[in-house]
Design a protein around this ligand. Structure first.
Ligand code: PEP
Length: 251
């Protein structure tokens, strides 16, 4: 049985004190419980080490939202995968559409970032998805296939076991527009078929594929009810503990 997951992506929200308060609220709610899915929170770099201490006796796992493609050295302002790992984080979100759009991260750069994360023992939540114009032109499958091929299909099966995918149609992120459960299921099944062609049925069946894009406390259960939707990557709704907890319970 593959792992199910609900992961939060705080993006560039909450100062350190606010982030700690949110992590404390989630920890108090989940301590001593066994959620049906893995629970991950993705926080800005500066929160990682402190939040790692807050959540250490809870079932919550920690993720960064990015890491450098470089190993170390004279790259002012960058944060390496080794640094992320040293905070206690287990995961790194890579390939988010905001990084692709605003920071021009392409498949080739992301391929390097994925390698740095894996080399340092981080698991990767890798985001893929089409923009509105691509969906309208019926090109969503093509786009997602080239993102997978361009950044991940160089990995060995052993390396790929550390990848969680997040299908995030860009037109649904932060817009209030959600993919219908049918659209999500159709794409997730397509992604799984690509994994089967590349890595075989076993790896395809074992890979966790999350949906992301305006997933919230109201629509999560309907999205998660689909056989190939293994959970969610949650932006806005992960910033309020009650909403995030409702989504966790919907999985
Ligand atoms: C995201 O940032 O990955 C995301 C899905 O955002 P939102 O839930 O706010 O659409």
């Amino acid at each position: 049985m593959r792992k199910t997951m609900v992961a939060g992506n705080w993006k560039m929200n909450k100062n350190l004190q606010e982030g700690v308060a949110l992590a404390q609220e989630l920890t108090s709610a989940l301590k001593g419980t066994t959620p049906r899915c893995e629970v991950v929170i993705g926080t800005p770099f500066i929160h990682l080490a402190t939040v790692a201490q807050v959540i250490k006796d809870s079932p919550i796992r920690l993720s960064a939202e990015n890491c450098s493609d470089k190993v170390s050295g004279a790259y002012t302002g960058e944060v390496s995968a080794e640094m992320v790992k040293s905070t206690g984080a287990e995961y790194c979100i890579l390939g988010h559409s905001e990084r692709r759009a605003y920071y021009h991260e392409d498949n080739e750069l992301l391929k390097e970032k994925v390698l740095r994360a894996l080399e340092n023992g981080l698991k990767v939540i890798f985001c893929i998805g089409e923009v509105k114009e691509e969906r309208e032109a019926g090109k969503q499958n093509e786009v997602v296939k080239s993102q997978l091929e361009g950044s991940l299909f160089n990995l060995s099966d052993e390396q790929f076991a550390n990848i969680t995918l997040a299908y995030e149609p860009v037109w649904a992120i932060g817009t209030g527009l959600t993919a219908t459960p049918e659209q999500a299921q159709e794409m997730h099944a397509y992604i799984r078929s690509l994994l089967a062609s590349k890595y075989g049925e076993q790896r395809a069946n074992d890979t966790t594929i999350l949906y992301g894009g305006s997933c919230n406390a109201k629509n999560a259960a309907e999205l998660f009810a689909n056989p190939d939707v293994d959970g969610g990557l949650i932006g806005g709704a992960s910033l309020k503990a009650p909403d995030f907890l409702t989504i966790i319970n919907a999985r």
